[in-house]
Design a protein around this ligand. Sequence first.
Ligand code: ADP
Length: 352
Amino acid sequence: SNFVPPIRSNGANNGHTTSRNSGKCDDAIDDSTKRCLEMLCGPDGELPEKLRNLEPRLIEHVSNEIMDRDPNVRWDDIAGLDHAKKCVTEMVIWPLLRPDLFKGCRAPGRGLLLFGPPGTGKTMIGKAIAGEAKATFFYISASSLTSKWIGEGEKLVRALFGVASCRQPAVIFVDEIDSLLSQRKSEGEHESSRRLKTQFLIEMEGFDGGNEQILLIGATNRPQELDEAARRRLTKRLYIPLPSSEARAWIIQNLLEKDGLFKLSREETETICKLTEGYSGSDMKNLVKDASMGPLREALRQGVQITKLKKEDMRPITLQDFEDALQEVRPSVSLNELDVYEEWNKQFGSLS
Ligand code: ADP
């Protein structure tokens, strides 16, 4: 009740703005925070209702560190995953683009879970959704809420959902969501993390079913840790598996072509794909990086000085470079981990 809005429309704040908690002018906030709050003010120059009880520095943190104004990933940047792309387009992108058509029976779920091994493109999908649906993208790692924001996680969660509701349509991507909504219970669970979890679920309830255009995407490598409440709220659950052979070929070609370095034949690319069974998308990227160092390392071995080396004199990247790189870059996911995902997918995944 003693809140003083940090921004006034009539310029009456003569440079002094107050934070909510003390209401005192000596608690002045700095210029960057002020600018950030100004950008969130409505046409009337007032801060929206939802943000009024929040600490300005947390609003600023969400706006500057968590909000990504230009996620810069398109569907075409993501190899394979056709099933996930199709589901997401229907469930998320169309409703965000045409909210008027997706009401009543067609009302979309507000929670999406992407699960699968690390480095398979879950974050890329989140960013691509925001890009394709022209939505604001918010990225937060749930483990940072529990580690970095000890004791403040709840407030940050409120600020996150508050800013998102002022930036609709919005996509909130929560990485490692299992560390927030896990089923590990009671005795071991600290009071603070229980409160954080409750706050998070309350916020989700808040926008679910309303007219808000906010989508929550949770990503996890450990879906089996999620509890029933989390599963209930993340209504669509998509398995994001390791890339197929075709997807691996696409990643190699796409990454090298971007730099004008793709000179491999189809057969050579196929050989690399056979040798990279079990590699994630992220492993493939590391492999390509390492292989692309091959021509450079060779030139240096032959005595050319790095300062004199001309790009046009370097030989193309060969199959041998990839074979050498395979000794360095090993797959990061073990095959028996995959069984856990397959099983969970059968039990809880959205298969169609
Ligand atoms: P995750 O969120 O599943 O752990 P990311 O989306 O962060 O994985 O992917 C890490 C990196 O690996 C990406 O930046 C990209 O370079 C590469 N990558 C992973 N999966 C794919 C894919 N399907 N297509 C293209 N690149 C991929």
